[in-house]
Design a protein around this ligand. Structure first.
Ligand code: PEP
Ligand code: MG
Length: 570
């Protein structure tokens, strides 16, 4: 039995066998072969095995993911059995007396290069198909197993170095009970996705992929951030118990699903949800979300190889607005960069991507991308209660420029006879200290603020939110952060505007009493945290939390703040 300590990224307990989502090593040596006939039959046998595997994946995809996803594997099967590709490989083995691996790779690389240079989009996509198929045949030649998360057909815990947002989105909730990764923190996007999918997760264990083998029994304790490998039957029994208690607690919280969020002294705040895709709406409604406080639209742009069209975006925004049935939906415009890459944009690598060309900076420069998104949003606006916010605003000039572009697109749409809502509120995320400090000036021009503490903390403390070695500086309750939060809320209220928070801090049990005391109007969090937060706020008295907030703002350290919160809320 072994034990790993990581970071609790998503609540709950999961117990199941491990499934390692780790790419196998596909390297090989080029060799001279004497018996070319048996080398050709080794190649043919790898093709046959790949064919059987692809047919099974295609059939599963058809049932579980639909015909369009199955079509991808159908295309792979066509490539796999194409004599124009296989013929030259066999010829190469025979004429050059090279091993099948080398003949396959060299021939495939040549075709990939040829297709990639073509102007035609369809042909370019064939290059990607050839690359995928080559990997599969190579794995069979080398006798190693490729990872196929879509083929998982039993309950598992995923073990990976890291999970990209698109990996996480592809996990099948029915079979994937939990996951654990080597890297990442509570605010890394894999963790955020895990919470929105309600999958218990522990990230940042450093060595999960080294220590866990396929098939090991694993307990993921997403409450404490612990991972137990091949636990004793006693520990499994103990954890089954904790799991049941947690489920019972959830049933209690579920009773609050249709209630408003009011403190014990009847002060109402809005509990909203952070979402990544229209599919997350089910969770928002099931958990009693009063609004969508942050729609991270960048997920629409990820896990694909070109920008989403205006129509695709329009459909997604309309679906969310209609799904929320008149309740507020705050859509954040594209926030790409930092840890959220879009390989197809081919932006140059930067030394400090978190301080680099990202979010609104990119949108103001690449205006075609920005304008397409704004048009889709404006057109969707008449289907619900849309609020738009810009990410990573550092100066008033940036806000004014972005607002002018929005206004320009709006006028063009109206002139073309489109209906655009007259009531769209326009706000900004406050996640850069310069903006928090100048919030009184911003408040004169924006309709609302949403405080993005995930980034605000990293920029205030100068500590990368992905870097484990400086994670001790990631201190949401530091009086320095709390003072910035207060400045933003007070500045909004002084101008009759509202202030929300959509960083992970908004759903944090220790932060909530302070934020209530500071007068935060809207708390936006993972949907799965909403009912717990509602239950907590019902027991708190706003006036008492105001005194607590005043007290902690004048403290020196995070530890003192935590102690004061515990004393005031025990
Ligand atoms: C934030 O920075 O707090 C935020 C909500 O944005 P993201 O986590 O997407 O950077
Ligand atoms: Mg951010």
């Amino acid at each position: 039995m072994a034990f790993l300590q990581g970071i609790a990224a998503s609540n709950g307990i999961a117990i199941a066998k491990a499934y390692r989502l780790v790419e196998p090593n596909l390297s090989f040596d080029k060799k001279t072969i004497e018996d070319t006939a048996s080398e050709v039959s080794r190649f043919k046998s790898a093709i046959e095995k790949s064919k059987a595997e692809l047919e099974a994946i295609r059939d599963r995809a058809h049932v579980e993911l639909g015909a369009d996803k199955a079509a991808i594997f159908e295309a792979h099967l066509l490539v796999l059995t194409d004599p124009e590709l296989n013929g030259p490989i066999e010829d190469k083995i025979k004429s050059e007396k090279v091993n099948a691996e080398a003949a396959l790779k060299e021939t495939a690389d040549m075709f990939v290069m040829m297709f990639e240079q073509m102007d035609n989009e369809y042909m370019k996509e064939r290059a990607a198909d050839i690359r995928d198929v080559t990997k599969r045949v190579l794995a069979h030649l080398l006798g190693v197993q490729l990872v196929n998360p879509s083929m998982i057909a039993e309950e598992v815990i995923i073990v990976a170095e890291d999970l990209t947002p698109s990996d996480t989105a592809q996990l099948n909730r029915q079979y994937v009970l939990g996951f654990t990764t080597d890297i990442g923190g509570r605010t890394s996007h894999s963790a955020i996705m895990a919470r929105s999918m309600e999958i218990p997760a522990v990230v940042g264990t450093k060595t999960a992929t080294e220590e866990i083998n396929n098939g090991d029994l694993v307990i993921v304790d997403g409450l404490k951030g612990e991972v137990h490998i091949n636990p004793t039957p006693e520990l499994v029994a103990e954890y089954r118990n904790i799991h049941e208690q947690f489920e019972a607690q959830k049933i209690e919280w579920a009773k609050l699903v249709n209630e408003k969020t009011v403190s014990a002294d009847n002060h109402h705040v809005e509990l909203a949800a952070n979402i990544g895709t229209p599919n997350d709406l089910k969770g928002v409604l099931a958990n009693g979300g009063e609004a969508v406080g942050l729609y991270r639209t960048e997920f629409l742009y990820m896990g694909r190889d070109q920008l989403p069209t205006e129509e695709e975006q329009f459909d997604a925004y309309k679906a969310v607005l209609e799904g929320m049935n008149g309740k507020p939906v705050v859509v954040r415009t594209l926030d790409i960069g930092g840890d959220k890459e879009l390989p197809y944009l081919q932006l140059p690598k930067e030394l400090n991507p978190f301080l680099g060309f990202r979010a609104i900076r990119l949108c103001l420069e690449e205006q075609d991308i920005f304008r397409t998104q704004l048009r889709a949003l404006l057109r969707a606006s008449s289907y619900g209660n849309l609020k738009i916010m810009f990410p990573m605003i550092a100066t008033l000039d940036e806000f004014r420029e972005a607002k002018a572009i929005l206004e320009d697109e709006k006028q063009k749409l109206i002139a073309a006879g489109q209906t655009v809502s007259e009531k769209i509120e326009l706000g900004i995320m406050v996640e850069i200290p310069s903006t928090a400090v100048l919030a009184d000036q911003f408040a004169k021009e924006v309709d609302f603020f949403s405080i993005g503490t995930n980034d605000l903390i990293q920029y205030t403390m100068a500590a990368d939110r992905m870097n484990q070695r400086v994670s001790y500086l990631y201190q949401p309750y530091s009086p320095s952060i709390l003072r910035l939060v207060k400045m933003v809320i007070d500045a909004a209220h002084a101008e009759g505007k509202w202030a929300g928070m959509c960083g992970e801090m908004a759903g944090d049990e220790t932060a909530i009493p302070i934020l209530l005391g500071l007068g935060l109007d809207e708390f936006s969090m993972s949907a799965t945290s909403i009912l717990k937060a509602r239950s907590q706020i019902k027991k708190l008295t706003k006036s008492e939390m105001e005194s607590l907030a005043n007290q902690v703002l004048n403290m020196q350290t995070t530890a003192q703040v935590i102690e004061a919160v515990n004393a005031a809320t025990k």
